[in-house]
Design a protein around this ligand. Structure first.
Ligand SMILES: Nc1ncnc2c1ncn2[C@@H]1O[C@H](COP(=O)(O)OP(=O)(O)OP(=O)(O)O)[C@@H](O)[C@H]1O
Ligand SMILES: [Mg+2]
Length: 267
């Protein structure tokens, strides 16, 4: 179980401006939690602190009752895998090399037969068979994204954090990705926290939704509780229309009024 308790974080000296303010959260086990909220709300920072990659100002994160700061790095890497929003890999490596990286916490660089099997399964799961020897810079953005998720899968952790995994994906690929993420829960019992900007994907696939705004949790609950005009207008400071389709709330967020003067003022 992952529990976030009274968490505060700041990137400024002496904690002058808080990026996270009094966050309390218990991550739902064996479910998809979608983390939504506007740019700069603190979503990536919250994932980073929870994964012990960013230091908090105060408060703590517990995994199965143990403070993450007291868990050794390679032990933590067997419990929690995180796909960051931007992955800075500057070396020229193949898809297979990348996915093998996911096994490092388990094998320390010397792949056993079990590790090789996990790599194979992850490549298959992410539909990358036949692309193993391709270099990452030879792939489309969407294919590369799948390769990174295969690496996360190979890490074989009960907890997976995905920061905007739909980046670079077209609509069909986004749907496929969300189905894969769903199957990780239903078939492999994973616990997933996923940052999504398209609220309709959160509405369609998440079991639980947490909304952030200005470093705070602005609300959390089921699709029915969270995908409402009242909640979303406030969180995103925008005028939403919510319709219901096949039992799911769908957001329409297009503003087709065109005000030349206003746009000119913005520019
Ligand atoms: N390394 C950093 N140093 C200083 N400030 C940072 C750093 N990373 C993020 N911030 C600031 O912290 C705040 C929260 O950023 P964060 O990346 O957590 O937001 P986010 O909700 O993930 O946004 P987005 O949807 O744009 O990815 C923002 O104001 C951002 O400018
Ligand atoms: Mg982010």
């Amino acid at each position: 179980m992952i529990e976030v308790k009274n968490l505060n974080q700041s990137y400024t000296k002496h904690g002058k401006k808080k990026t996270l303010e009094n966050i309390n959260l218990t991550v739902k086990e064996k479910a998809i939690t979608a983390l939504i909220g506007p740019n700069g709300a603190g979503k990536s920072t919250l994932l980073g602190v929870t994964a012990n990659l960013i230091k908090p100002l105060s408060g703590m994160v517990m995994i199965n009752g143990i403070d993450v700061r007291n868990i050794k790095t390679d032990e933590l890497a067997k419990k929690l895998a995180i796909l960051k929003q931007t992955h800075n890999i500057n070396i020229r490596i193949t898809v297979k090399d990348l996915v093998e990286f996911g096994r490092f916490p388990h094998c320390g660089g010397r792949l056993t037969d079990i590790d090789k099997q996990k790599v194979k399964e992850s490549l298959e799961y992410m539909n990358l068979v036949g692309m193993e020897e391709r270099y990452l810079d030879e792939l489309s953005g969407g294919q590369r994204q799948r390769a990174f998720i295969a690496m996360i899968l190979a890490q074989d952790t009960p907890y997976i954090f995905l920061d905007e995994p739909l980046n670079n994906l077209d609509i069909k690929s986004s749907v496929e990705m969300m189905k894969i993420i769903k199957s990780l829960v239903t078939e492999l019992d994973k616990t997933i926290v996923v940052v999504l900007h398209d609220i309709n994907f959160a509405s369609a696939y998440a079991d639980y939704i947490v909304a952030m705004k200005n470093g705070r949790i602005a609300g959390e609950g089921s699709m029915e509780e969270m995908i409402t005009k009242e909640v979303l207008d406030e969180v995103f400071d925008h005028d939403f229309n919510i319709v219901t389709h096949q039992g799911r709330n769908v957001c329409l967020y297009f503003d087709r009024t065109f005000n030349r003067r206003k746009i000119y003022e913005v520019i």
